[in-house]
Design a protein around this ligand. Structure first.
Ligand code: F0G
Length: 486
């Protein structure tokens, strides 16, 4: 028996998360002076997606494709079997996915959104609705491209920033029943549940909620689709927060979660710490509806746009998702950061969730109107004063309505991602420190406006500029407080 997760007890003093791994391959980081960071953010159009990693100190944009790989994953890549069709690497991955997800048919794809493309094309008709706990950006875009309408039916507490509700990612069962009454079951393409609901702060749903949703799906003959990109963390939260599962293994929790879904798809960039993705199901009928699309868009059935090395690493990575010491690392570091910031009175999503620490930009920059993109401004300001790159998850990541007005996002978040086993505790302390400084100087930060705004998924490639000279004022105050220190 060994320690199961990163929250070991300390003799005296504060609870801190501990790394249950040693670091053997490292990558040098550079912390550039604030003037150079200013040049970089100007060049990037105040959009952190457009920054170059050579200008970044701590890259907390995402955990997607940036989790640390394990020694076993790296070594598995050396046995990769290069073949267009019938590669042994694929069969090893297929076996691993069958074991972890409990589904027989496996379709590999090059990343999560490729799965969304295939699932949307195969199962959504024009005029259909798709109820879900919350959308993800690429999910919604694919569903709408295929004529579907996304209906978010989260509970009343889901968008509350400060909360002690353990499962803010739950679907509201009454709202789901109302959808069937309003649209009729023929119009419901499927019900989608997203594990560790990304855009509302990595918040999990409970197993009980899955069971309740499943019951309604069965009554109406609707299929249930699970986005399992962050399923490991959701399983960990079920173990931590849902009494019935406190002694259940992560492996068994994962199997039970997947047992309720007719189809599971995932981004391997998150769940198994390597590139790629997949779709799994036990239904031959569903499999056959997707199979030809896979060959058309992704590649042959035994590689689906992935390299054989990635396929090998996925086989190992997905099994490691059953290891509590691995999947608890990111949530325990997030919990540490969130607790420290919350204690300092800084608005941050609680309870701590998966993927990252989510700062409430609407609360922090309450003087910046939502039309001036407070989350985008906070992301740019934090980069400027620290070299930390986070991701805007607010109105910049939203879209415009038919009249051309911004659809204001429900929440304005700056997400600071904690990819698995990448950052140390002292780096985490630096993050906390710089966020505290920025909070104390928040009045200096102003809004942003577009200079280039692409019509689709504008947050990726769009460019903005500050509405006033607030970056210069922020730099002046930073220099006053930190002197020559970077
Ligand atoms: N579903 C969820 C819940 C996701 O978080 C993502 C990606 C996808 C699907 C799409 O997967 O990137 O492999 O195509 N999330 C990343 C993020 C981009 O940074 O949160 P993908």
């Amino acid at each position: 028996m060994t320690v199961k997760n990163n929250n070991i007890k300390f003799y005296k003093g504060e609870q801190i998360p501990i790394e249950l791994h040693k670091v053997r391959i490292v990558q040098k980081l550079f912390l550039k002076p604030i003037e150079e960071r200013k040049e970089a953010i100007d060049k990037a159009g105040y959009n952190t997606f457009l920054l170059n990693t050579k200008d970044i100190f701590l890259d907390m944009l995402t955990d997607s494709g940036t989790n640390a790989m394990s020694d076993n994953q790296i070594s598995s890549m050396l046995q990769a079997d290069d073949a267009y069709a019938g590669s042994q690497s694929f069969y090893r991955m297929e076996e691993a996915l069958r074991e972890v997800f409990g589904k027989h048919y496996v379709l590999p794809v090059h990343q999560g959104r490729a799965a969304e493309n295939i699932v949307s094309q195969a199962f959504i008709k024009k005029g259909d609705v798709i109820p879900m706990n919350y959308h993800f950006t690429t999910t919604k875009a694919h569903m709408e491209l295929n004529g579907g309408k996304v209906l978010e039916i989260f509970g009343d507490d889901a968008l509350q920033i400060k909360s002690d509700k353990p499962f803010k990612g739950n679907i509201d069962i009454n709202k789901l029943k109302d959808i069937y009454k309003k649209y009729g079951k023929e119009k419901v393409a499927f019900v989608r549940m997203e594990a560790s609901t990304n855009l509302i702060g990595g918040q999990p749903f409970s197993m009980q909620n899955m069971r309740d949703v499943k019951k309604i799906c069965v009554e109406n003959g609707t299929m249930m689709v699970l986005d399992a990109s962050l399923i490991g963390e959701n399983a960990y939260f079920i173990k931590q927060r849902e009494q019935e599962f406190k002694d259940t293994t992560i492996k068994d929790i994962l199997l039970e979660m997947c047992s309720y879904a007719d189809l599971v798809y995932f981004s391997s960039r998150k769940v198994s710490s390597t590139r790629g993705g997949g779709i799994v199901t036990n239904s031959e009928e569903l499999y056959l509806k997707m199979r030809d699309l896979l060959v058309l868009y992704e590649g042959f059935l035994t590689y689906g746009g992935m390299s054989v090395r990635e396929i090998e690493a996925m086989a190992v990575g997905i099994q490691e998702t059953c290891d509590e010491t691995i999947i608890s690392q990111s949530p325990s570091f997030i919990a540490y950061a969130v607790t420290q910031l919350d204690k300092a009175g800084i608005p941050v999503i609680t309870p701590p969730g998966a993927l990252g620490c989510h700062l409430d930009a609407k609360g922090i920059l309450s003087h910046v109107p939502q039309q001036e993109y407070p989350a985008g401004a906070l992301a740019a300001a934090l980069f400027l004063v620290s070299g930390i790159r986070g991701m805007e998850r607010g109105t910049v990541s939203s879209v415009r309505d038919e009249e051309g007005n911004d659809i204001l996002s429900d929440v304005e978040l700056l997400r600071l991602a904690f990819p698995r086993r990448v950052f140390t505790l002292s780096q985490t302390m630096y993050v906390i420190d710089r966020v505290k400084w920025l909070y104390d100087n928040r009045e200096l930060v102003g809004g942003l406006e577009w200079t280039e705004e692409p019509p689709l998924l504008r947050f990726f490639m769009g460019r903005l500029k500050p509405k006033t000279n607030w970056p210069e004022k922020l730099i002046a105050k930073f220099k006053k407080d930190f002197g020559d220190s970077l």
